[in-house]
Design a protein. Structure first.
Length: 82
């Protein structure tokens, strides 16, 4: 894979990407990632729509079960956010 990575440093079809890719934001999304993350935060401010190695998933545990550094009951479901 190193020869392919050298020839094509970013971009992939997400379902065909390496499940364990350490630099997945760059490898899968390239220079578009910051803009995609900004859109994700606008349309899904609670961050509830998540899948492994998708935009914004770095805010979740590796198994996708828990949000990192956020209390769902107080930060997401509080009356101020409804």
């Amino acid at each position: 894979v190193p020869a392919l990575r050298k020839a094509y440093p970013s971009g992939s079809y997400a379902n065909e990407g390496d499940y364990f890719e350490p630099a997945w934001q760059q490898a899968f999304w390239g220079e578009s990632y910051p803009g995609l993350l900004a859109v994700k935060r606008q349309v899904d401010p609670a961050g509830l729509f998540v899948c492994r190695r998708c935009v914004g998933s770095e805010e979740w545990t590796e198994d996708g079960n828990c949000r990192l550094g956020r209390n769902f009951a107080t930060d997401v479901v509080s009356p101020a956010n409804l």
